[in-house]
Design a protein around this ligand. Structure first.
Ligand SMILES: *Cc1c(COP(=O)(O)O)cnc(C)c1O
Length: 463
């Protein structure tokens, strides 16, 4: 006789208590972890016991060991890198995904997971104003989503050139040249590396990091032949968007496949107020974005969107005897991502969209951008603070004068723990970078964050 659900109940109930305790602690605890990884490792340094431990006790022990080393990424005052928090329905749906344990590769084997992901995909394409016939793959993040979009492009270009990529690989193949703006995200370089395409040709960008269409045209004319063009919707430092309409036209006029890295910035397309900033983005061939950033679903979830399902499925489908693939229609989930086996990570996306509704998604994205503007305005009013970018979306980059002072203010802020903002460098200067990506950030968080920066600035005068 199966012991279900009794084998699970006590452990899940303990997990529920620890999860709600953790969430309750977030508003008041320091945003930074209390200890570093070496200290956590030291507390874990025991040999694996020979005997078993009760599952509920494992959960208690795990929660106690982890707690000091947790970063409060769910805090409304966490602005590090570009990371979202978690919407309640998405978090709960993620728990169900684990309980259901659906290996989401085949439509016929896990029909609920496949259909719910298809539903989420259709909602996403509609919200983002992308072609409804596009395929959507649920990846681990935007790095893999970039990989997927560029893999589809590589497949398309090789097919066009009459080169059998599957049979012959890249050795001796026509050379594909990739063009991307100087301020592309490093994830693009990684994806190109995984694809064996080598380094991209870096194209000049303006002061906000936007690719210059004339420079793109000149670079492409210098190296004609099969080409990928990788544009950016959302610069890490400025939030800026490449001039999509013009750049897509330059690339398409020269026969290129156009991919857009819109890890967080593609979400601006949901908003009637912000959409104009990336007008023409729908003309690209593939897009990468994250759900675990702006949409605030739990890690990990990225979205690979490809206008031509054929190029995508040719790149990723595997036809062996044990796969009962559905050739027509929506296709199997495994035909759109690198993995055969994976969790149903699109289900939390469905739940997030269902919780917010169309108006709620738009309002959340607009609120993130408005909070970024409010932070920029508040910070600019502090003597000695310079906002370096045009705040067009969720990113704010600031300097506190000399590199040394900027570094000291940043270190102080992180040590104090009222906020978390990343130190970075941009255009040869040390900066403090703020990314507003958490759904829960409110006016109180914004005011407290400005006050925290003001305090650190006053405590760290220019030497
Ligand atoms: C975050 C980010 C990536 C990488 O995304 P992951 O989800 O971390 O893999 C790529 N491009 C841009 C612009 C990003 O902001």
């Amino acid at each position: 006789m199966s012991a279900m659900p009794e084998a699970y109940r006590a452990a899940l109930e303990r997990a529920m208590v620890h999860a709600t305790d953790w969430l309750a602690s977030v508003p008041d605890r320091p945003v930074r972890p209390k200890v570093d990884a070496d200290q956590v490792a030291a507390s874990l340094a025991t040999i694996l016991p020979d005997g078993a431990t009760d599952p509920a006790d494992v959960v208690d022990e795990l929660a106690a060991l982890a707690e000091p080393g947790l970063m409060a990424i769910q805090s409304g005052r966490f602005y590090g890198w570009v990371m979202g928090g978690t919407l309640p329905a998405a978090m709960a749906a993620d728990w169900l995904v684990s309980a259901w344990d659906q290996n989401t590769g085949l439509r016929f084997a896990t029909p609920a997971a496949a259909a719910i992901e298809e539903s989420a995909a259709a909602w996403l394409l509609d919200l983002l104003h992308l072609p409804a016939s596009s395929d959507v793959g649920f990846t681990t993040g935007a790095t893999t989503a970039n990989f997927v979009g560029l893999a589809a492009g590589r497949q398309y270009l090789m097919d066009e050139a009459g080169w059998d990529l599957q049979a012959l690989g890249l050795s001796g193949a026509p050379r594909i040249t990739t063009f991307a703006g100087r301020e592309r995200h490093a994830a693009v370089d990684l994806a190109l590396r995984y694809l064996g395409l080598g380094a991209c040709v870096p194209v000049d960008a303006d002061h906000e990091g936007r690719i210059l269409p004339a420079a793109l045209a000149a670079a492409m004319d210098e190296q004609p032949g099969p080409s990928l063009v990788c544009l950016q919707a959302g610069n890490l430092h400025s939030g800026s968007f490449d001039p999509m309409e013009e750049a897509v036209a330059v690339a398409h006029d020269r026969g290129a496949w156009v991919h857009v890295d819109g890890a967080f910035g593609l979400w601006a397309a949901v908003s009637p107020k912000l959409r104009g900033r990336l007008a023409g983005v729908e003309g690209a061939d593939s897009w990468a974005t994250d759900a675990h950033k702006t949409l605030n679903v739990p890690y990990d979830c990225g979205l690979a969107i490809v206008a031509s399902p054929e190029a995508l499925r040719r790149a990723f489908s595997v036809h062996t005897s044990y796969f009962i693939a559905t050739d027509a229609g929506p296709g199997d989930p495994f035909e759109k991502v690198p993995e055969l086996s994976r969790r149903a990570r699109g289900i939390p996306v469905w739940a997030a969209l269902r919780q917010l509704g169309r108006h709620g998604v738009i309002a959340m994205v607009e609120r993130l951008a408005a909070n970024a503007s409010a932070l920029a305005e508040g910070l600019a009013a502090i003597p000695g603070v310079e906002v370096l970018n045009d705040v067009v979306f969720t990113q704010v980059s600031v300097s506190f004068g000399s590199d040394d002072r900027t570094h000291r203010v940043t270190q102080r802020l992180m040590a104090e723990g009222a906020v978390w903002m990343s130190g970075s460098s941009w255009h040869g200067r040390e900066i403090l970078r703020i990314s507003v990506s958490n759904w829960s950030t409110d006016a109180g968080d914004v005011a407290a964050s400005i006050a925290a920066v003001r305090g650190a600035v006053e405590a760290e005068p220019e030497a």
